[in-house]
Write a protein that binds this ligand. Structure first.
Ligand code: CA
Length: 245
């Protein structure tokens, strides 16, 4: 509150000086000092009132939710899903896996007001140092795997306009599992086993071509953790020039 008060007072002073420069060039010095004192007092009361109201409104406006989740797998839904999350949401979910395991999340639904509401992902506890990415809009994001045994999600929404929200499935990954890497838009995945040595294959629906490796193998990296040897490919629309050429 101290900072807000100071800012409010500072703005008031600037305004007074501005008014004096523009309108009171011909005022007597005594009148000006008296007027200035009165206006400063009025300004302090005014800004105090405005910022007190703002603080009260903002405090009452925030909708907190979320929690800590443990267990080998489960789902998380935004509050009110799929009928819309509340305005002023500030919800944090922290998923805690067994030591040595990772957490793999797969989005089943995603719709938040683009560029005004966000779902932030943290590779660990929800601290800025662990920030991984910020999601917004209406496209289902690809699956995400944590690097450690803790993963956090934070939903924040502004004061107006909602959307369906999100639903995400999470599961613990043992060090010998790569996890389901997901299916890109217009893609088809062949393969249901995602552990060390398993292979999966991608292709695209008619009219689209694969960009990337079609065959992925679950291998061990330098840290003895199971990972896919290549990133998930994407499907690009077939070039019209190639179709007609
Ligand atoms: Ca919103």
């Amino acid at each position: 509150m101290k900072g807000i008060y100071r800012d409010g007072y500072y703005d008031g002073s600037i305004e007074l000086r501005d008014i004096f420069n523009r309108r009171c060039v011909k005022c007597g010095r005594g009148d000006f000092v008296q007027a200035k004192t009165m206006r400063i007092r009025t300004g302090i009361v005014f800004w105090n009132l405005i910022f007190s109201l703002m603080f009260t409104c903002v405090k009452g406006f925030i909708h907190t939710c979320g929690g800590t989740l443990k267990g080998r797998n489960g789902t998380i839904e935004s509050p009110g899903f799929p009928y819309g999350y509340p305005n002023g949401a500030n919800c944090t979910w922290v998923i805690v896996a067994e030591e040595g395991n990772r957490i793999h999340i797969v989005f089943q639904s995603f719709a938040v007001e683009e560029e005004y509401d966000f779902l932030s992902l943290y590779d660990g506890h929800p601290h800025p140092a662990n920030f991984r990415t910020r999601l917004t809009g209406f496209t289902i994001p690809p699956p995400v795997t944590s690097s450690g045994s803790i993963f956090s999600l934070r939903l924040t929404s502004d004061f107006a306009v909602s959307a369906h929200g999100f639903k995400v499935a999470y599961e613990e990954l043992r060090s010998s599992s790569c996890g389901n890497p997901g299916i890109p838009p217009k893609g088809i995945l062949n393969g249901t086993q995602f552990s060390l040595g398993d292979k999966i294959r991608y292709r695209c629906v008619t009219g689209y071509v694969l960009d990337g490796h079609s065959l992925l193998t679950c291998v061990t990296n330098a840290a003895s953790v199971a990972v896919w040897d290549f990133p998930v490919p994407i499907c690009r629309v077939t070039s019209p020039f190639r179709l007609h050429g």
